[in-house]
Design a protein around this ligand. Structure first.
Ligand SMILES: NC(=O)C1=CN([C@@H]2O[C@H](COP(=O)(O)OP(=O)(O)OC[C@H]3O[C@@H](n4cnc5c(N)ncnc54)[C@H](OP(=O)(O)O)[C@@H]3O)[C@@H](O)[C@H]2O)C=CC1
Ligand SMILES: CC(=O)C(=O)O
Ligand SMILES: [Mg+2]
Length: 604
């Protein structure tokens, strides 16, 4: 198998065929000139580059034998055929049996199900990803509903909390303050050159678990595995990154197994400079069309980073924009169950941060689009409560900028339940990161005001959910339409089975990103988020509605992602932001055809 290896690790015993010296030197020099920019000398032959250092000498080699078995991208384990075992020097390195991929999948799923501790399943999945990438994605795609809670929320939250203890092999790129001034060089250490999506965190707001510093790496790794499994983006073009500027988490700072910088978080100029260097280096190394997804930054940085880079880079904040799009989709779908239009509803949020205000703004934009009323007017039916109570105009002077548009005229209200009584919302959305805040009194208040209250408990992981599915259905006496950020099992209440939906941005970002990639989009616009919501809402079937669901099951997610991608791409073409021309006629088919397929390939 031809793979790109570091020149320094080439050994005659592990690499049987090395390309000719001339070609090797040429490849070594290729594209890896120092990033002064300007000169694109692929083979290090121009006078203009003769004084530049080769930062990373790469070489092509042909993997066989143990090297092949240890290369997760090409390893097939026991699925190597007799012919492949002969041709690739594998004889004796594998036991005699040949298992096809389906049998491997069956065996692995059987083994995974033996683990009773979710974290052990997570670790087994990560081991598989590092051992046999195609098998990892095949079992994730084929068993998505069972494995999503393992590689994603809630288990990924626990994995991040214990990342230092369970750390085996590094996944993704770590860029810390130590690398300030050298970020481009760090990017060049990553072996893949054709990167299409980067998910980056600084670890400060990991799910609802707070500051986990460098251990937040589990989130970009998990999100990108969903980009591939759910959205079909090739794993080789995905790059997880953690920016380590320290942590204010004392527990981690005192933990001997903590893997990050042992210092308090850098802020202000020092933080901004590292982030800016990173953003410039990404564009320089991967070009204009690489998608940078910001994930789990604290809100005091998240809004500013998005605003600062949205006009110069292809950036997307999943917590603000992806969450908004998924919730709007659920609301649009719910109109089949509660009737009326979006404009007929009144919305109350517990939590006015990235998720809360992001969702609020997209709802306001959609109502404005539907009714032609100005967005300043459509915001009036949307209310938010933060840790200090209802956001009202008398608080304007002390509010963060992203809360100001929601400061409506009203007397101050401290408690959520009192806000419900005063505002009389039809929809209650939890985005506070604080568990158990939708108390019995809260749910009962919603049920007393509405025949079918819509209750979304978005906070992750499960421990931070505002209420459980069982609480929502029982306390509302079966009236609630309920969905949550982390999954809950179906609930039986008075002889009826209620199936809760999962309102999680995982429905949106994989298809959204694919849509940007296939159209060659260069910027993200709100209209694309609305297009994604509409595509997702349209995938909810009558059968789903009959069960009280406002989201389709994840089992169809690849098809759903293709429709989301097609709608997003169509919008990119319409807005003149697409660069892949001509526009494919059938965007759904085109999106499907671009999706990564994890089946093993035959080796000659
Ligand atoms: N389901 C999904 O797809 C997604 C879920 N989430 C989840 O949403 C949660 C919040 O994320 P995010 O918006 O980014 O976080 P932020 O930190 O940006 O916002 C949290 C908000 O909750 C408020 N808050 C905190 N404690 C309380 C309380 N006791 N009562 C009322 N309000 C409170 C904060 O108030 P103040 O401003 O006063 O501090 C702040 O406004 C997390 O758990 C995250 O996992 C996030 C993205 C996607
Ligand atoms: C789902 C997600 O992005 C979050 O909880 O932060
Ligand atoms: Mg997130």
């Amino acid at each position: 198998m031809i793979s790109l290896n570091r020149y320094s690790v080439l050994e005659p015993t592990t690499t049987r065929v090395v390309l000719g010296v001339r070609k090797l030197l040429a490849v070594m020099s290729s594209t890896f000139m120092n990033g002064g920019g300007g000169v694109r000398d692929l083979y290090g032959e121009d006078r203009a580059t003769e004084d530049q250092l080769i930062i990373t000498p790469w070489s092509f080699s042909v993997s066989s034998g143990c090297t092949l078995l240890r290369d997760p991208r090409y390893n097939k384990g026991l699925a190597f055929t007799e012919r492949e075992r002969d041709a690739h020097y594998l004889r004796g390195l594998l036991p005699p049996a040949v298992f096809n991929q389906e049998l491997q999948e069956k065996r692995l799923m059987h083994n995974l199900r033996q683990y009773e501790v979710p974290l052990h399943r997570y670790m087994a999945m990560m081991d598989l990803q590092e051992r046999n990438e195609r098998l990892f994605y095949k079992i994730l795609i084929d068993n998505v509903e069972e494995l999503l809670p393992v590689v994603y929320t809630p288990t990924v939250g626990e994995a991040c909390q214990k990342y230092g203890s369970i750390f085996r092999r590094p996944q993704g790129l770590y860029i810390s303050l130590k690398e300030k001034g050298k970020v481009l060089e760090v990017l060049k250490n990553w072996p893949e050159k054709n990167i299409q999506v980067i998910v980056v965190t600084d670890g400060e707001r990991i799910l609802g678990l707070g500051d986990l510093g460098c251990q937040g790496m589990g989130i970009p790794v998990g999100k990108l595995s969903l980009y591939t499994a759910l959205g079909g983006v090739r794993p080789s073009s995905c790059l997880p990154i953690t920016i380590d500027v320290g942590t204010n988490n004392e527990k981690l700072l005192n933990d001997e197994f903590y893997i990050g910088l042992r210092q308090k978080r850098a802020t202000g100029k020092e933080y901004a400079e590292l982030l800016d260097e990173f953003m410039r280096a990404v564009k320089q190394n991967y070009g204009e069309k690489v998608l940078i997804q910001f994930e789990d930054f604290a809100n005091h940085n998240a809004f500013d980073l998005l605003a600062k880079y949205s006009s110069s880079h292809l950036v997307f904040n999943d917590d603000i924009q992806g969450t908004a799009s998924v919730v709007l989709a659920g609301l649009l779908a719910s109109l089949k169950l509660v009737r009326g239009t979006l404009a007929d509803h009144t919305f109350l949020f517990l939590g006015a941060g990235e998720a809360g205000t992001g969702i609020a703004e997209l709802i306001a934009l959609e109502i404005s689009k539907q009714t032609k009323a100005p967005v300043e007017e459509t915001r009036q039916k949307i209310w938010l409560v933060d840790s200090k109570g209802l956001i009202v105009s008398s608080r304007l002077g002390s509010l963060q900028h992203f809360k100001k548009p929601w400061a409506h005229e009203h007397e101050p209200v401290k408690e959520l339940v009192d806000a419900i009584k005063a505002i009389k919302p039809t929809v209650l959305i939890g985005s506070s990161g604080v568990g158990k805040t939708f108390t019995k009194e809260v749910i009962e208040a919603m049920a007393s005001l509405n025949k079918k209250p819509l209750i979304l408990a978005l906070s992750n992981p499960t421990s931070q959910s505002e209420c459980t599915a069982e609480e929502a259905y029982t306390w509302s006496k079966g009236q609630a339409i309920f969905a949550s950020g982390s999954p809950f099992d179906p609930v039986e209440y008075e002889g009826k089975v209620f199936v809760p939906g999962q309102a999680n941005n995982a429905y949106i970002f994989p298809g959204f990103g694919l849509g940007l990639i296939i159209s060659g989009a260069i910027r993200v616009r709100d209209e694309m988020l609305l297009a994604a919501s509409e595509a997702l809402a349209a995938r909810v079937s009558q059968e789903n509605y009959d069960k009280g669901l406002i989201y389709p099951p994840f089992s169809n997610i690849r098809q759903i992602s293709a429709h989301i991608a097609a709608n997003v791409a169509a919008k990119a073409y319409e807005l003149g932001l697409a660069s892949h021309l001509p526009r494919p006629k059938d965007l759904v088919k085109y999106a499907e055809s671009c999706m990564y397929s994890p089946g093993y390939r035959n080796y000659r």
